[in-house]
Design a protein around this ligand. Structure first.
Ligand SMILES: Nc1ncnc2c1ncn2[C@@H]1O[C@H](COP(=O)(O)OP(=O)(O)OP(=O)(O)O)[C@@H](O)[C@H]1O
Ligand SMILES: [Mg+2]
Length: 229
């Protein structure tokens, strides 16, 4: 039997907007098994990013729980939570948060250096990943010298360098052309296969979504299974 990695239980999230309290997530339940490839689609503003932020422990739910291997994440101390986030999760988000004063290679190496890898090992792995996302010739470009799509690919390489157990990706192919988007998807899927990594992706791209074994649509604050077991 496969192990339940993340258990999302009756998760709600509300936001104050002007004088109103808007409930975006209305009691989400989801079991994520190790090695799952899950895609979440839904109209703009339905709460896909909000849900990914909660899964990545970047935001707290208003109610409900998220368990990682049976442990309630939001009961952890801030320090343990940060440790969980850094060690277990790779983030590929809409806003890149790349360091502008560093080049592509250095940006990808950074998480590995922080984790204590040698410079040589980090550089080798970063080069390999940048090659896989099609940026072999731009290793030493400053971030500002790269296009939006190229920056997005640097983010993807950076998210993968520590081979995280869980990858959360918010529109990972949003600013990519169809061919590059396909390559990025292949890369994510091959890593999932080789490393058993768990992949949770939010996207508007229905073609991308249709290639995932598990597809949920988020609407009216709930997840609806569109495809899968
Ligand atoms: N920090 C916040 N404060 C107030 N409202 C917020 C906040 N974050 C998100 N929201 C609201 O929650 C709703 C869901 O936002 P979210 O970004 O999760 O949508 P989304 O499904 O990712 O949309 P998109 O497809 O456009 O990226 C929106 O109505 C948004 O305005
Ligand atoms: Mg979003």
């Amino acid at each position: 039997m496969r192990e339940i990695l993340l258990k999302i239980k009756r998760v709600k999230k509300s936001f104050h907007q002007k004088s109103e309290l808007i409930e975006v997530l209305k009691g989400i339940n989801l079991d994520v098994y190790a090695g799952d490839r899950i895609v979440i689609t839904g109209a703009s503003g339905v709460g896909k990013s909000t849900l990914l932020h909660i899964l990545g422990t970047l935001e707290k739910p208003t109610a409900g729980q998220v368990f990682y291997k049976g442990n309630d994440l939001f009961c952890l101390s801030a320090k343990s939570l940060a440790q969980f986030r850094n060690q277990k999760i790779g983030f590929i988000f809409q806003f890149h948060y790349l360091l502008l004063e560093f080049n592509a290679l250095e940006n990808v190496m950074l998480p590995a250096l922080i984790a204590g890898w040698t410079k040589k090992k980090a550089a080798l792995k970063a080069e390999e990943l940048l090659d896989e996302v099609g940026l072999k010739d731009k290793l030493h470009y400053q971030i500002g010298e790269l296009s939006g799509g190229e920056q997005q690919r640097v983010t993807i390489a950076r998210a993968l360098i520590l081979e995280p157990e869980i990858v959360l990706a918010d529109e990972p192919t949003g600013s990519l052309d169809e061919k590059t988007a396909e390559k990025v998807k292949e890369l994510l899927f091959s890593l999932q296969k080789r490393k058993g990594m768990t992949l949770i992706v939010a996207t508007h791209n229905l073609k991308l979504a249709s290639s995932f074994p598990l597809w949920y649509e988020l609407s009216h604050g709930q997840l609806h299974l569109k495809k899968g077991e």
